[in-house]
Design a protein around this ligand. Structure first.
Ligand code: BMA
Length: 318
């Protein structure tokens, strides 16, 4: 019998590693960064920056260590462009980065917010300095999206989270050209009732490819009398049929505990949008927004998550 819960992610002692006070220009909050490791080993975070209008844009921060010594772009890196893309009128949020080897480019999936609600937009970049927009690929209400790094059945695959009257569940859709999307399938269903992940789940960072399947860290939202609680769970999906869930944990594995996660603009939120994998091929450096206010880092292990799923996970009921 376990006496305490397993700690699958360990917070960095320097948390929060980035705050608005670090920014070279006025910023209200910085949070929910996408992450990747560039070819030269630099860690790049594409941070969501919220201004005092309440609108967000994206700004790149680069660091050799991935912990400190961040060099932050002097000006916003990727701004909403509502004149050409009206779906970005109220800002762009929560980027998820996938390197697509076939294209030799990074795909950034982000939330475009406007009068119609939040939808999913896609852009490609080689250097995080210039971006080639693909436009809105999933209409509102849809968010929490990331591209898979390679084709499935000859098609690009996008994980995303549409919301309907029957809840918010994770879906996967396919496209031959990154613009036209179809073959929609449900991937992960929110549980109901008292569960920590009842009614609303969403992809957190892009899925992690392992020999045993796609490892998904997802957020579950619990609505309580004092607001929402955002926590993380883990599930595994078949490599060649990513809509097929192989294992899902019942318990959440990471949630808001520290003061910087508990208190801020939106307290009780730990919201990862990106990770890098360590040189050992196993360490997950998970970058997350803390309380919609700052950026924090926690490290875990792919092997550790798989072992925990083997022990504690189960095949979801149909
Ligand atoms: C979600 C997203 C995130 C945010 C979270 C908590 O719906 O909008 O950007 O961090 O809510 O406010």
């Amino acid at each position: 019998m376990r006496r305490v819960y397993d700690e699958l992610f360990h917070r960095h002692a320097k948390n929060p590693i980035l705050t608005a006070a670090d920014w070279p220009y006025p910023a209200h909050t910085v949070f929910n960064p996408g992450a990747t490791r560039l070819a030269d080993g630099t860690t790049l975070l594409l941070c969501r920056v919220e201004d005092r209008r309440g609108h967000s844009h994206l700004c790149a921060a680069r660091s050799k260590s991935g912990v400190d010594g961040w060099v932050i772009d002097e000006k916003p890196t990727f701004c909403p462009d509502p004149a050409n893309y009206p779906e970005e009128l109220w800002g762009i949020e929560d980027p998820r980065i996938t390197f697509v080897e076939e294209l030799g480019k990074y795909a950034v999936a982000y939330t475009a917010f406007s009068k119609g609600g939040p939808g999913v937009a896609l852009a490609l970049t080689e250097d995080f300095r210039t971006f080639e927009r693909k436009g809105l690929v999933m209409q509102p209400d849809d968010k929490d999206a990331a591209l898979l790094p390679r084709r499935i059945d000859g098609q690009f695959a996008l994980i995303h989270r549409p919301t309907t009257d029957l809840g918010a569940h994770v879906w996967i859709s396919l496209s031959p050209d990154l613009r036209n999307w179809g073959s929609h399938k449900i991937m992960l269903v929110a549980r109901r009732g008292a569960w920590w992940d009842a009614n609303k789940v969403g992809l957190s960072p892009p899925v992690i490819e392992t020999p045993r399947g796609w490892l998904m860290l997802y957020h579950g939202v619990r609505h309580t009398a004092s607001g929402a609680l955002y926590r993380l769970g883990v599930a595994l999906f078949a490599l060649d049929r990513p809509e097929q869930c192989l294992l899902r944990g019942d318990e959440w594995i990471f949630g808001p505990e520290t003061p910087y996660e508990r208190e801020g603009d939106v307290g009780n939120v730990a919201f990862p949008c990106g990770y890098t994998i360590g040189a050992d091929g196993d360490t997950i450096n998970l970058y997350y927004g803390a309380a919609d206010t700052s950026i924090a880092l926690a490290t875990g292990s792919i092997k550790g998550l798989l072992a925990w799923l083997d022990e504690r996970g189960s095949l979801p009921a149909a």
